[in-house]
Design a protein around this ligand. Structure first.
Ligand SMILES: Cc1cc2nc3c(=O)[nH]c(=O)nc-3n(C[C@H](O)[C@H](O)[C@H](O)COP(=O)(O)OP(=O)(O)OC[C@H]3O[C@@H](n4cnc5c(N)ncnc54)[C@H](O)[C@@H]3O)c2cc1C
Length: 403
């Protein structure tokens, strides 16, 4: 077996697998290393979360031939309704008014993760799975990677190693890349509900004194709930029985959708903002959650990661066509430079939303109510928010291999 690759991708989650698919027809020798078995990934409780995909992400998934296989599982967001519980501010965004078919789409993480994993399998991209990266060392010509697979050690080498191994990235820690961590002291409670009134493709973001509550249209009959509470309150809510929990949820959300009933188990995700201080070192670059793990309040995590994927794929293909070195320092520095503005912008926007809407300090509550109310009347302000919702506010890279 030949153990030398052009690109080794650590992590077969959304970022890693999408990058593998973006490079699959390039002629590069690539492989994906994933720590979990496919069965574990398919049945993981984390797969129950729903992802709001921006219009920009959908365009990229279409260009990579990923979207056609999941389009029927995704639900269009035709309107976004933002409100501030106990205050008068409200804002509404509408796809029609923005002149687009949809402001975004909602899909269960499991559906999209399983689909990209299946496409990687079908494309016969080499995979080491389950296998865990335990060591790496960049040399002049190659990066050498040590894996543990079924208790056996395996050594691989590549021109470039891409760490797409999530918020707890081993690649990031093996490289000793420093990280900034913000503990929000919050947990996202995720579940699915049925409602007695139809959602009519409206996504609700309701800011309550105890945290934001998102209700996203998941399919014809159900909505996905992302309810952010303090750790303590989340623990108490998880301890309630289903009826008690639903009552609390109903009270927080109100009756915009009539009566709610739970249709899936509750899952809890503690929330931390993690940002790596560097995106590259030696012959290694990190992308997706390995660089930026965000609060889900603004639904930007994977959308931002997808822009990393497409930008990196585009730059690697150009380098490959010039027969250049895929792990060249200046190439990886250029990549990092091209992504920093979008990262700053998206992380800043998300962090501000969390902070502004997490306080009940009266002047701030008034300001945000006035902000929402004014925004509802001013098309230009709404356009800015709509651009964020559609994932077009950051720089949108040209899409990869299919033009
Ligand atoms: C509650 C919640 C709601 C969210 N809602 C949204 C939303 O609406 N919109 C949005 O855009 N984003 C959302 N996100 C964020 C989104 O889920 C993530 O940004 C995205 O899934 C990250 O993908 P990734 O591939 O970078 O990382 P991951 O999905 O974490 O994948 C990393 C992979 O690497 C593997 N791995 C780890 N270590 C190793 C190792 N040493 N060796 C080999 N493999 C390894 C792991 O097994 C995993 O499969 C939400 C997140 C949460 C928690």
């Amino acid at each position: 077996m030949q153990n030398d690759y052009d690109v080794l991708i650590v992590g077969g989650g959304l970022a890693g697998n999408c990058l593998a698919l973006a490079l699959k027809d390039s002629g590069m020798r690539i492989a994906v290393i994933e720590a979990n078995t496919r069965q574990t990934l398919k049945t993981s409780p984390a797969g129950d979360r729903a992802l709001a995909l921006s219009a920009g992400t959908v365009t990229m998934l279409q260009a990579l031939d990923i979207w056609s296989g999941i389009a029927d599982k995704a639900t269009a967001i035709k309107q976004i309704h933002i409100s501030d519980q106990g205050h008068f501010g409200k804002a509404r965004l509408s796809a029609k008014k923005q002149g687009v078919d949809a402001l975004g789409y909602v899909i269960s993480a499991r559906d999209i993760e399983s689909h990209v994993a299946e496409l990687v399998e079908r494309a016969e991209i080499e995979q080491f799975c389950p296998a865990r990266v335990v060591g790496l060392m960049s040399g002049l010509q190659t990066v050498n990677v040590s894996l543990k697979q079924h208790e056996q050690s395996l050594n691989l080498s590549a021109r470039l190693l891409v760490g797409a191994d999530g918020g707890q990235s081993s690649v990031r820690s093996l490289l000793e890349i420093a990280q900034q961590k913000t503990e929000y002291g919050q947990t996202a409670l995720v579940t699915t509900v049925k409602s007695s009134l139809p959602h009519k493709n409206v996504a609700y973001e309701r800011f309550t004194s105890s945290g934001p509550l998102a209700m996203l249209p998941l399919n014809a009959e159900e909505c996905s709930v992302v309810w952010t509470r303090s750790h303590e309150e989340a623990e108490q809510l998880m301890a309630l029985n289903e009826t008690e929990f639903t009552e609390q949820l109903q009270q927080s959300f109100g009756y915009h959708l009539g009566r709610l009933s739970l249709s899936a188990p509750r899952r809890a995700f503690p929330l931390t903002l993690i940002r790596a201080e560097s995106m590259q070192q030696g012959r290694t670059v990190i992308i997706g959650n390995a660089v930026h793990q965000l609060h889900p309040v603004a639904g930007q995590g994977f959308n931002l990661g997808m822009r990393d994927v497409v930008q990196l794929a585009e730059m690697l293909q150009q380098q490959w066509q010039k027969q250049g070195d895929l792990g060249e320092k200046s190439l990886l520095q250029d990549y990092a430079e091209s992504r920093i503005k979008d990262h700053d912008h998206t992380i800043g926007f998300t962090d501000n939303v969390v902070k502004i809407f997490s306080t009940d300090w009266l002047p701030m509550a008034a300001a945000r109510s006035i902000g929402l109310a004014v925004m509802d009347q001013i098309p230009a302000a709404k356009n800015v928010l709509a651009k964020h919702a559609m994932g077009l506010a950051g720089r949108l890279p040209r899409v990869g291999n299919r033009g």
